[in-house]
Design a protein around this ligand. Structure first.
Ligand SMILES: Cc1cc2nc3c(=O)[nH]c(=O)nc-3n(C[C@H](O)[C@H](O)[C@H](O)COP(=O)(O)OP(=O)(O)OC[C@H]3O[C@@H](n4cnc5c(N)ncnc54)[C@H](O)[C@@H]3O)c2cc1C
Length: 399
């Protein structure tokens, strides 16, 4: 915990999360990872009940479920701890994409949507997904989108193909981004519409194999064909044409969530690296006695600590000035922290040697599953270009 971003509430909460994570989750993590998700889900359900009973459920909810409302920096620091083990966020119902959808519904759902979709999602009785990216269009520019939703009587009729809809398999509903007004200005063409996955015309074509694994359930990325998929007009979130604005709003705090998750992964990887370095003998010496290894450890320590300060500073800035004003910081942490995390995971794998590639530690899981960090929610290059444009602006205008 960093004193600068601490609070009495965090001081009370964090040790409770640490205890639960250390005692209930980490001892079971390798068993959970070894199972197909739908089998692991049985154990995870039990852990979720324990987390609820311990008063640790969904701490990001506004004063919900027994926990007072947290600031973004407070939640971020809990999130870092949850990330130390691959199912941490899931057990506390803090996992993407559900957390983003819950926050979106909190702000923009009407009474019907609250009761039908938001409440069971908050309770962890159902899962959801977010269906924006399309295989035929560059996801880096979400203005390019072919999926349409056309008004027909009391319904929307959706047609299009989406992919990398994370956790679509077994989700109860998808939040779909679709063009609702092709003639509108680029940022007002699309809307977000809730589509229950049992709707006729919602076709989950496959779980896309990623890094050698198609996965299943929560651990999967779906390709979905929407064919004359008809849902009532009451499934529109917010106003017609507000899709990009709401998606941006969803992504601001979402990037803090991702970054703090990556810091938790990096921190645990560093711990594993150090434990291995002091316990692995090279004959006369241990790995920890070699300068190369010491330097990796020192560099990892410095870059994780710097990244943590940076993310918490941006989280604080979002709270003070809003996501729009904090957008340069949001872009900077997105590409910077992804790089720090991937470097640390890679060093930890290297220090473990062949063991690092096995399924005997969580490192190989993170190595495969976290490579996407530099791609999703805006690839590195998009964030770097955006940040550089902003930095250069005063020089170009002479202001
Ligand atoms: C693990 C994972 C989970 C995902 N989950 C979801 C999800 O739940 N829902 C969803 O809708 N989508 C999801 N996505 C999709 C993700 O949002 C897109 O992959 C991302 O927006 C990039 O789009 P793209 O893959 O079409 O790459 P493209 O847009 O084709 O870009 C390819 C590459 O080109 C380069 N590039 C792009 N633009 C620029 C630029 N302006 N300047 C320089 N270089 C550039 C970058 O290196 C980029 O990686 C997920 C992706 C991954 C990997």
């Amino acid at each position: 915990m960093i004193e600068l971003f601490s609070s009495p509430l965090l001081k009370e909460l964090l040790p409770r999360y640490q205890k639960f994570i250390n005692e209930e989750l980490i001892p079971q993590e390798m068993q959970l990872l070894s199972l197909p998700f739908k089998e692991a889900e049985i154990l995870l359900k039990r852990l979720r009940i324990k987390a609820k009973d311990a008063g640790l459920w969904a701490p990001y909810l506004p004063a919900g479920h027994g926990i007072p409302a947290l600031t973004l920096p407070e939640f971020a620091q809990l999130s870092e701890w949850m990330a130390r083990t691959p199912f941490g966020h899931y057990v506390f119902n803090c996992q993407a994409p559900d957390i983003g959808n819950i926050e979106l519904l909190h702000r923009h759902a009407d009474q019907f949507q609250r009761e039908r979709f938001q409440a069971p999602l908050e309770q962890g009785n159902i899962r959801s997904c977010f269906s924006m990216t399309e295989p035929g269009r560059a996801g880096s520019n979400p203005l390019l989108m072919d999926t349409t939703a056309v008004e027909d009587g009391d319904d929307w009729v959706i047609n299009g193909r989406k992919w990398f809809t994370t956790a679509a398999d077994g989700a109860d509903f998808a939040v779909v981004m679709a063009v609702t007004d092709p003639a509108a200005t680029p940022y007002e063409r699309a809307s977000l519409i809730i589509v229950p996955t049992d709707t006729l015309g919602f076709n989950l074509l496959r779980n896309i194999p990623v890094m050698g694994e198609a996965g299943e359930g929560y651990h999967s990325h779906g390709e979905i064909l929407y064919t004359d998929c008809r849902v009532p007009k009451s499934h529109l979130i917010g106003q017609k044409g507000s899709g990009f604005r709401l998606a941006q709003e969803r992504l601001g705090p979402g990037r803090i969530h991702h970054c703090m998750r990556w810091i938790g992964i990096a921190e645990r990887s560093l711990e594993l690296m150090c434990a291995r370095a002091v316990s692995r003998s090279l004959g006369q010496e241990r790995l920890a006695d070699r300068d190369t290894i010491k330097h990796w450890i020192a560099e990892s320590r410095a870059s994780i600590d710097a990244a943590r300060y940076f993310v918490l500073h941006v989280a604080h800035d979002i709270e003070q000035r809003g996501a729009k004003a904090a957008r340069d910081g949001i872009s900077a942490i997105k590409f910077h922290v992804a790089k720090v995390m991937l470097e640390v995971v890679d060093r930890a794998v290297q220090v473990h040697g062949a063991l690092g590639l096995t399924e005997d530690t969580p490192l190989s899981y993170w190595y495969r599953h976290e490579r996407g960090a530099r791609i999703y929610d805006g690839p590195d290059e998009v964030h770097k270009s955006s940040l550089a444009r902003s930095i250069l602006k005063p020089f170009e205008t002479g202001n």
